[in-house]
Structures are given as structure tokens and as C-alpha cells.
Write a protein that binds this ligand. Structure first.
Ligand SMILES: Cc1cc2nc3c(=O)[nH]c(=O)nc-3n(C[C@H](O)[C@H](O)[C@H](O)COP(=O)(O)OP(=O)(O)OC[C@H]3O[C@@H](n4cnc5c(N)ncnc54)[C@H](O)[C@@H]3O)c2cc1C
Ligand code: FES
Length: 267
């Protein structure tokens, strides 16, 4: 059974803010919410200055996976890519957030005597770190980043997983794509389930590689989300059987074999 969010949004306080390479990590106190399952997410909005101003943005809450949870605290990680993440990046300890969650369906254990193999990129770290922590077996995590500054984010999962890094510019670890590390690992030992989160192009490469090697994969997908609880159909992805899945209630984690090839411009 997935943990279910209490009805309505909760008002919570930021307790600390940390910078890790190119990323910002927010700690918030959430003493009344249930413990989330890895891969679930929350809708976040600041209590102060979240739309209603000059250009009305960011206005809608934004979806974020949790990085870790426990002892009444949630941690979220993000990079400033637009109005919502920019506003979140201005928060300091003592500021307040509206949160709704945990929402959606997370990762499922490998079973079938397979090992868990994690593959992610950039801002895809949070659900993978939470999953590695839940598994407790220090799985191998293959992580791809743009450059060394972003690769510093790998520190956020190093306590939970054995990390191998790839960077686009060769500044750290393997010079190239994380999917090159994944291809080598699948060729070495394909008795695994791949758990993945990252940019659409990377997820599509992971989906195709796993299909080619006949390895099951669970992908934590992203889409722009307006409501977060199944009402607006703004977050659908196309399935191979001709139907659609709403990422906020059927996902965000979906079996790769159910998916049509992911469009590169999808988010
Ligand atoms: C289930 C889920 C979990 C997520 N977890 C995290 C997380 O842990 N950390 C994090 O930083 N972000 C996460 N995201 C993505 C985050 O919700 C978006 O990046 C958010 O829209 C940013 O808001 P913004 O106002 O800053 O930028 P926006 O103005 O909304 O977008 C800025 C740019 O990012 C693109 N974009 C917007 N939404 C997405 C998206 N969902 N995926 C890819 N590109 C997008 C836009 O096309 C635009 O180019 C998650 C999304 C989902 C659906
Ligand atoms: S975000 Fe509204 S249905 Fe998924």
C-alpha cells in the first residue's frame, strides 16, 4: 500500500538550506505527514510571494521528489531552472512552505533474485537516493552529470549507494554518457532491475537499452503537473497499449515495458 497524503495542504517551516555543487537542498519540518515511499513526490509552493504579483508566476505549486525523509523532516533538492525553483532558492530557515503529499506511486522491489541497479542523471538523484536508502543494500548507482560542479551532487547519495560518475565534459569519472556505463554493466551482468530518473533523453536511452537486454526497468518520469492528484490530465504519458497513464496517480514510477518511446521534448 502506498502512503496516502492527508487531505489538503500543510503549512511547514524550512529548517535549513544547504548548497551542494550546483544544487540547493531544502530541509523542512513535516511532523504531521505520513512517511513517504521512495519515488513519491510533493507539490510545493512558498507561503509568501508565490504568484499574484506582476506576472502571476510561479502561481501553481511545483512537483518535487523527496531526497530523504525521517524524524519529522523532509529534504528536497533542486536547481534554479525557472520561476518556481528560483523562488524556492530564495528561502531561508524560518520561511514557510505549503506542501501536499506524499503523492503518486513509487518504486517496487526487484524480486526474482535480481539485484537493483540505479541509473540517473542530474536532478534525478532524489528518488534514487530515497530508494537506495529504503533498499538498504548499498546498490550500485551510475550517475551522469553535465560537469564537475553538478557531479558534486553525487555526494547526496554516496552514503546509501556505491556511486560511479560520468560527466559530459570529462571533469570527473567516465568522460561520456551515463548510459555508456549502464550498457557495460548490463553486458557484464544483466540479472538486475534498473531504477532510473533523469532527463527525458537519458530515460529514453535507458528504456531502449533495457528493452534490448531484456532487463526490467522502472522509470521515475516527470511532467508538468497542475493538480498533482489526477484531476487535470495535464501529466499524461502514452502507453504501448494505446492508453495513457497520469503520472501523478499511476506514476511517477512506471514500468518501462508499458511505455511508448519517450519524446525528447517531453517533461
Ligand atoms: C514527480 C516529479 C518530481 C520532480 N522532482 C524534482 C526534483 O526533485 N528536483 C527538481 O529540481 N525538479 C523536480 N521536478 C521538476 C520540477 O517540478 C520542474 O522543474 C518545475 O516545473 C520547475 O519549476 P520552475 O517554475 O522553476 O520552472 P518552469 O518554468 O516550470 O520550467 C523551467 C524549464 O524547465 C522545464 N520543465 C518544467 N517542468 C519540467 C519537468 N517536470 N521536467 C523537465 N523539465 C521541466 C520547462 O520546460 C522549462 O524549460 C519534478 C517533477 C515531477 C513531475
Ligand atoms: S497533474 Fe493533474 S492529472 Fe496529473
Amino acid at each position: 500500500m502506498r502512503p496516502i497524503a492527508p487531505l489538503g495542504r500543510r503549512r511547514v517551516a524550512v529548517t535549513a538550506v544547504d548548497d551542494v555543487g550546483a544544487y540547493r537542498v531544502l530541509r523542512v519540518a513535516d511532523r504531521s505527514g505520513p512517511l513517504p515511499a521512495a519515488g513519491q513526490f510533493y507539490m510545493l509552493a512558498t507561503v509568501q510571494r508565490w504568484g499574484g504579483g506582476g506576472d502571476e508566476r510561479p502561481y501553481l505549486p511545483r512537483a518535487f521528489s523527496f531526497l530523504s525523509a525521517g524524524d519529522g523532516e523532509l529534504r528536497f533538492m533542486f536547481e534554479d531552472v525557472g520561476p518556481g525553483t528560483h523562488r524556492l532558492g530564495e528561502l531561508v530557515a524560518g520561511d514557510e512552505l505549503w506542501i501536499t503529499g506524499p503523492l503518486g506511486a513509487g518504486f517496487r522491489p526487484p524480486g526474482d533474485h535480481r539485484r537493483a541497479l540505479l541509473a540517473g542523471g542530474g536532478i534525478g538523484i532524489p528518488p534514487l537516493a530515497a530508494w537506495a536508502s529504503e533498499l538498504g543494500s548499498r546498490p550500485l548507482a551510475l550517475l551522469g552529470f553535465r560537469d564537475g560542479e553538478h557531479a558534486a551532487g553525487a555526494a547526496l547519495i554516496e552514503d546509501q549507494a556505491r556511486v560511479r560518475v560520468a560527466t559530459d565534459d570529462g571533469s570527473l569519472g567516465h568522460h561520456g554518457l551515463v548510459t555508456e556505463l549502464l550498457a557495460a554493466e548490463l553486458a557484464r551482468d544483466g540479472r538486475c532491475v534498473v531504477y532510473s530518473c533523469g532527463p527525458p533523453r537519458m530515460l529514453e536511452a535507458v528504456r531502449a537499452l533495457c528493452a534490448e537486454h531484456d532487463v526490467p526497468a522502472q522509470l521515475a518520469l516527470e511532467a508538468g503537473m497542475a493538480c498533482g492528484f489526477g484531476a487535470c490530465y495535464g501529466c499524461v504519458v502514452a502507453l504501448r497499449d494505446g492508453g495513457y497513464a497520469r503520472l501523478c496517480v499511476d506514476g511517477p514510477v512506471l514500468d518501462a515495458e508499458r511505455l511508448q518511446p519517450l519524446a525528447e521534448d517531453a517533461h
